[in-house]
Ligand binder design. Structure first.
Ligand SMILES: [Zn+2]
Ligand SMILES: [Zn+2]
Length: 302
């Protein structure tokens, strides 16, 4: 039997472990919680879906229904009163540094969970294990980390894993609604964080996502990189994922159809108004001409 801490001899092993575990957690959040459970753009084979659910319980302690409900409410009230975590409403640094507390506060609202959390798992294991003992999973992993890396490094590795998800969430909900570029003029403040957010598995393309929430594909331009979508495509190839909807049209076409540029729309509106005003003026002139019965000749002569 290997000794306790047998993986801690080389410094790069715990580092690689944290990065791999973190990356897999990100995959489960974006593929399972977000693109599948919340927006239903993709459905996974039950074995894959459950593996991701189990992994999230072990590494984050997040309850599917709570995450889904808070996120659906975020879409319903994006960047206005009622949004559970908007930097536009609460302040940029409040969300960047303390977004997780806004999330936790929102999950206490039972009526909100009821209203926005429909369609989430409610089987035996959910009721008796995952939801009931939501923190038991991360305690099990604490034991595993200590076995693999010893008490000191094991605790350090576990701490990084424990703060991984809150940090990720804060970046997406904070910077993803304040910094970066926009492809679509959505009503909210959503932004794409590319290229700094490559490691967030596609979630950094937050403006693309808000523009078309149901789409399982977040990338909109050929040069944008959505590794989450690559994983979904790979799973579909081996029939472990079924894509319900993924935006097919180009970003330009989609923007023109649903998010015509505001200035362009305003110019069109002005043109319409002035056309109507011109028609009305001509109508008044003709009516006056008819009234005085001179066909406008008198006025011209006057
Ligand atoms: Zn958002
Ligand atoms: Zn979403």
């Amino acid at each position: 039997m290997p000794e306790i801490g047998f993986l801690a001899h080389n410094w790069w092993v715990p580092v690689l472990y944290v990065l791999l575990v973190g990356h897999f957690t990100n995959i489960c959040v974006t593929l399972y919680l977000h693109r599948s459970m919340t927006h239903q753009g993709v459905v996974f084979h039950p074995v894959v879906a459950h593996a991701m659910r189990l992994w999230l319980w072990l590494t984050t302690g997040m309850v599917t229904r709570e995450w889904v409900a808070v996120h659906r409410k975020h879409h319903a009230f994006s960047d206005r009163e009622g949004d559970p975590h908007s930097p536009a409403v609460e302040g940029f640094w409040e969300i960047m540094l303390g977004g997780v507390f806004f999330y936790r506060k929102a999950t206490k609202d039972q009526a909100m969970l009821e209203k926005y959390g429909r369609g989430c798992p409610d089987d035996w294991i959910e009721r008796n294990v995952y939801s009931r003992f939501s923190f038991a999973g991360i305690l099990i992993v604490l034991g595993v980390d200590i076995l693999l890396f010893g008490i000191g490094i094991g605790l350090l590795v576990w701490s990084f894993m424990a703060i991984w998800m809150p940090i990720m969430g804060n970046i997406i909900n904070g910077a993803g609604h304040a910094l970066g570029y926009r492809n679509f003029s959505t009503k909210d403040e959503s932004r794409n964080l590319y290229p700094w957010g490559l490691w967030i598995v596609g979630e950094e393309l937050h403006n693309n996502h808000h523009a078309d929430p149901k789409s399982a594909k977040f990338k909109a331009h050929w040069w944008e990189f959505d590794i989450g979508w690559i994983y979904i495509r790979a799973l579909s190839l081996v029939r472990l994922a079924n894509v319900i909807y993924a935006r097919g049209m180009s970003a330009k076409e989609f923007a023109r159809k649903y998010y015509a540029d505001k200035t362009e729309a305003a110019a069109r509106k002005m043109e319409e108004v002035s056309k109507k005003a011109g028609e009305a003026a001509r109508g008044i002139e003709q009516a006056m001409d008819r009234l005085d019965g001179t066909g406008g000749l008198d006025r011209a002569e006057a």
